[in-house]
Design a protein around this ligand. Sequence first.
Ligand SMILES: Cc1cc2nc3c(=O)[nH]c(=O)nc-3n(C[C@H](O)[C@H](O)[C@H](O)COP(=O)(O)OP(=O)(O)OC[C@H]3O[C@@H](n4cnc5c(N)ncnc54)[C@H](O)[C@@H]3O)c2cc1C
Length: 294
Amino acid sequence: MRVTDLLKEKKERPVISFEFSRAKTEKAALNLDKALDNLAQAEPDYVSVTFGAGGSTREGSFQLVEKLKNEKKFNVVAYIAGVGLKPDDLTSVLDRFKNLGIETIFVIRGDEPMGDAEFKPHPDAKKYASELLAFIREKYDFCLGAAGYPEGHLEAESKEKDIEYLKLKQETGAEYIVAQYFYNNQFFYDYVDRCRAAGITVPIIPGIMPIYTVKMTEALAKVCGTMIPDEVSQGLAKIALDDKEAILQFGIDFATRQCRDLLKHGVQGLHFYTMNRAKSVISILNTLKSEGLL
Ligand SMILES: Cc1cc2nc3c(=O)[nH]c(=O)nc-3n(C[C@H](O)[C@H](O)[C@H](O)COP(=O)(O)OP(=O)(O)OC[C@H]3O[C@@H](n4cnc5c(N)ncnc54)[C@H](O)[C@@H]3O)c2cc1C
């Protein structure tokens, strides 16, 4: 499955995708298995698997790609993060995905994994995602995707430069963009306008991160550079920290409103960061379906 084919075929309907990561413990693997079976009922157009930049996590990414494709029968996009990989490693990772029948690769630079004492960025690793895209485009026939940042990437020299480098990713092979999550849709709409003005023509799909817990929301927003709007911080402040159900429901309601607005603005897809959980995403999609938006 090539994501660009899905985007072309489903012109009348947004492409729905779910992102997963390898489970780190046996208990987490059991929970992931349950989440996968529940989420299968929502019939995503494709699912995707993040790539651990640390060598110790890489094998888990392969195993999850294989399981989702061969056992769970999903359309699967595999990710590759170049930061820890020298050219030989790149080809062995890409060959392995190719042999598994993967046709779309989402290409990112990656970040050095936190808390992995053994991780060393390889001196010959590609410095930027655009270099990685060019390397893959020259040697393989994968459909390629890349990441975009509506609020700007944290290391970017400026928002303008960030878009310049996004354009370079298009020029070096990216055929679609998945955006980092945001809580203020206006950031996404402005970003798409600026990308189009800069000559970026490929589809740009918004990423949706439902609020799962307060701790996770605050920690991820720092790492990803996502602004938490007053509506979210004030709404969460009214809920007792130990009322997990109420926090989850707040997150479901907020993300449902976000998606409703995005769909009314004609987005070509919704990409859900599931954090290996099912309940929120299913609930959001059920509401949108009941309203005839999907
Ligand atoms: C949808 C999505 C999925 C992700 N999945 C993963 C994952 O599976 N594994 C993982 O480790 N990480 C993942 N990430 C995080 C990602 O690796 C980080 O955000 C990383 O810091 C940047 O990756 P990139 O591919 O966007 O980098 P790049 O496009 O290389 O950009 C990195 C920074 O360098 C700047 N830049 C780019 N090109 C140049 C240039 N030529 N000269 C100077 N500056 C330049 C950019 O403005 C930006 O600030 C994901 C992010 C998103 C949005």
